[in-house]
Structure formats: structure tokens, C-alpha cells
Design a protein around this ligand. Structure first.
Ligand SMILES: *[C@@H]1O[C@H](CO)[C@@H](O)[C@H](O)[C@H]1NC(C)=O
Ligand SMILES: *[C@@H]1O[C@H](CO)[C@@H](O)[C@H](O)[C@H]1NC(C)=O
Ligand SMILES: *[C@@H]1O[C@H](CO)[C@@H](O)[C@H](O)[C@H]1NC(C)=O
Ligand SMILES: [Ca+2]
Ligand SMILES: [Ca+2]
Length: 354
């Protein structure tokens, strides 16, 4: 009898885990194959070969790009290389990427940049905020951009109990920003369990020198974050749930949920076109392929454009989709003056004329 009970328990347990695995694969869109959507006049950017996870473009057309991300659970084909910030001038006919020198005593050997966000001060000074993972911890680094010299000056590092496992940030004032936490557990096998059991333990933090607080929680995997051009709304991508949250931003920096867009692809970073207000999303059509990298069947890329996000029925269109033969693991797409720059977690970066 005891033996039978053991078998029944074991069987039930396995069936439960099997069911969880099926759900997990579905959430990752593990069996999805990409239907291509092509753009004209594209080329891969030289020197960007080892990731271009996040991009932010200044009104002048200068684009910052974070490269060389090392993060548990994502492929890394340049284990010896340290991360860098590259600059591209999108006004050039054939834009070239240039690594920015960093002065001011910054520890470059441990630089592992992830999400980025720019902020222009009242006097026109450009600041670049970078999520960094030195030794896989999370910090936010503030740099001043020296436009003449085309370099960065390191200003300070921010660390906080509520800034753990940070994926992306959006700066909304001098030293004031929102940041997403993309996982509850920092170590990889536990992250997998977190995904497997579909826990919703990640959140958005507001940071300022005088106050740090949780402003939105209950996300599966909070990832990209950005702000509307009028600064009234914060957009948050939940990559695992394939959702974009539109949050209303209040005087005291609290956020309340206004609406949720359910998409069919795993949304990574979000960029807002300052001229139209459209949201551009770098997406993973099949996250399973990204986590389970196979060069014969690589992860693909997908870029969505969301128009009129506040309307009853926003227009969602797929601007670019590729099965990985050109571009693998797209995480971001940013536009400037009829041009688009698509970045990836660990692969190359694609430039196209729209
Ligand atoms: C991808 O996931 C979405 C929802 O999570 C689902 O509606 C869609 O059918 C999936 N696509 C494929 C091809 O599996
Ligand atoms: C990318 O990483 C590989 C492996 O470390 C290295 O050989 C290559 O030079 C890197 N490319 C760039 C442009 O840094
Ligand atoms: C990807 O698509 C190209 C054509 O666009 C095709 O030649 C290639 O076999 C496809 N790769 C995979 C892994 O499906
Ligand atoms: Ca960002
Ligand atoms: Ca991201």
C-alpha cells in the first residue's frame, strides 16, 4: 500500500512539473518560428558584435549604445571583453560606432552595462545613466557626456537595497529615476525556478536622493521602462507576460496603472519617439531559443511599433522580424529622422533607413 501511495505521489508530482514545463514553454513562445518582415537599406554596424542591449538617442541624433552585457541566463560570446558605451552619430551617411573613453576614476575593468537613459540638465549638460552589474551586482552609474571630446566623465555610483537585479532605468529629473527589477533571485538556477513557477515578484522602484520607494509591483519580469514625451506616463514592459503597462505618474512620483497592452511577443526595452509619441519595442519572438542558444537554430528578432497607446485600440505593427539569420536577440529599437537602429542582447546591431 505504502508503495502504491509513493508511486501515486511521484506520478502526481511529475505530472504537475510536466504541466509547469508546458506552461513555461508556452510563455516563452518556445515553438514559435518567425515570419520575416524586412526593411530596406539595412546594414550591420561594424564594431558592434558583442551585444548592444540598450540605446538612447539625443535630440541631436547622437545615439548611446551599451555593449558587452554579461547576465545570468543570457548567452555571452565575448567572456573576456569588458562592457563599453559606444556612440553613433545618426546624422552621418554611413554611421560609425565609436567606443567612448571614460575619465574620472571609473572602474572600467568591471564595467557591465545594461539599461541606459539620458537626461539633459537645465544648462544643456547631457548626463548618461547606466545600469551596471560589476561582479553581477546592480549599481546605477552617472556620467557626464563631454560632447566636444566625445567622452564620458564619471560622476557617481548609486547603490540601494531597492535597486537589485536592475534591468533598465528612465531618468525623470536631476538624480531622479525609475528602475525595473527583472528577477527576484539573483542566481541563475533560482531565476529559472522563478520563471518556471510563474512568480510575480518583480517591481519598479523610484529613486531620488531624498526618497526611494517601490511604486509598482507584481510583475513577472519587469524589463524596459520609459516615459512619454509629455512626462505624464511611464511605460513598463513585462517580458515574461508579453505586456506593456501604461502607468500614470503622479506629483509625488507614485505610479498608478492606467492600462495594459497584451502582446504576443516577449517585450524587452522600450523607446519613445519624441516627435510622434510612438513606442518602439525590441522584442524576443522566442525567448526559449535565446536562453537555450543553438547556433543551428538561433533566436530571432522582432521590432514592434505602437501608435496611439492611450487610444481604445492602439495600432501595433511589426516593423521588422528576422529568424536570426541576420540579427539575433533584439532587445531595443530606436528611431531618428527616418532611420532605425536595432540593438541586441549579445549579437550585432542593425541600422536601416525606414
Ligand atoms: C505566443 O504566445 C502568445 C500568447 O502568450 C500566443 O497567443 C501565441 O499563439 C504564441 N505564438 C506561437 C506561435 O506559439
Ligand atoms: C567580440 O568578442 C570576440 C570574442 O571575445 C572578440 O574576438 C571580438 O574582437 C569582439 N568584437 C568587438 C568588436 O569587440
Ligand atoms: C532563416 O531564414 C532564411 C531565409 O530568410 C533561411 O535561409 C534560413 O534557413 C532560416 N533559418 C532558420 C534557422 O530557420
Ligand atoms: Ca532604457
Ligand atoms: Ca532590457
Amino acid at each position: 500500500m505504502a508503495k502504491l501511495a509513493t508511486w501515486i505521489l511521484l506520478g502526481t508530482g511529475l505530472a504537475f512539473l510536466g504541466q509547469k514545463f508546458v506552461t513555461f514553454r508556452e510563455k516563452m513562445n518556445a515553438s514559435r518560428e518567425v515570419v520575416p518582415v524586412e526593411l530596406q537599406n539595412c546594414h550591420l554596424i561594424e564594431k558592434l558584435e558583442n551585444g548592444s542591449e540598450d540605446i538612447d538617442i539625443l535630440p541631436s541624433g547622437l545615439a548611446f549604445i551599451s555593449t558587452g552585457l554579461k547576465y545570468p541566463g543570457v548567452p555571452d560570446f565575448a567572456p573576456g571583453e569588458t562592457g563599453k558605451i559606444f556612440l553613433i552619430d545618426l546624422n552621418e551617411q554611413v554611421p560609425r560606432a565609436q567606443a567612448l573613453k571614460i575619465s574620472g576614476g571609473f572602474e572600467e575593468a568591471l564595467f557591465n552595462p545594461h539599461g541606459i537613459s539620458t537626461f539633459i540638465g537645465k544648462d544643456g549638460t547631457v548626463y548618461l545613466y547606466v545600469v551596471n552589474h560589476p561582479l553581477l551586482e546592480s549599481t546605477v552609474e552617472i556620467f557626464k557626456f563631454e560632447e566636444q571630446q566625445r567622452s564620458l566623465t564619471y560622476l557617481k555610483t548609486i547603490k540601494h537595497e531597492l535597486l537589485k537585479c536592475v534591468n533598465d532605468i528612465v531618468v525623470v529629473g536631476p538624480e531622479q529615476f525609475y528602475a525595473t527589477r527583472d528577477r527576484y533571485f539573483a542566481s541563475f538556477p533560482l531565476v529559472l525556478l522563478e520563471m518556471f513557477f510563474d512568480l510575480h515578484w518583480t517591481y519598479v522602484t523610484f529613486y531620488s536622493p531624498s526618497e526611494v520607494k517601490l511604486v509598482a509591483k507584481g510583475f513577472g519580469t519587469a524589463n524596459g521602462i520609459t516615459v512619454s514625451p509629455d512626462q505624464r506616463y511611464i511605460y513598463v514592459a513585462d517580458i515574461r507576460d508579453k505586456k506593456i503597462y501604461v502607468m500614470e505618474k503622479h506629483e509625488n512620483w507614485d505610479l498608478t496603472q492606467l492600462k495594459v497592452l497584451q502582446l504576443e511577443t516577449l517585450v524587452d526595452n522600450l523607446i519613445v519617439d519624441p516627435t510622434t509619441g510612438d513606442i518602439w519595442a525590441g522584442c524576443h519572438p522566442n525567448l526559449f531559443k535565446l536562453m537555450h542558444y543553438n547556433p543551428e537554430d538561433p533566436p530571432g528578432s522582432e521590432v514592434l511599433r505602437i501608435q496611439n497607446v492611450l487610444a481604445d485600440k492602439p495600432t501595433v505593427s511589426t516593423v521588422y522580424a528576422n529568424n536570426g539569420s541576420v540579427l539575433q536577440g533584439s532587445s531595443v529599437a530606436a528611431v531618428y529622422n527616418g532611420k532605425i537602429l536595432i540593438g541586441t542582447v549579445f549579437h550585432r546591431a542593425l541600422y536601416c533607413v525606414l
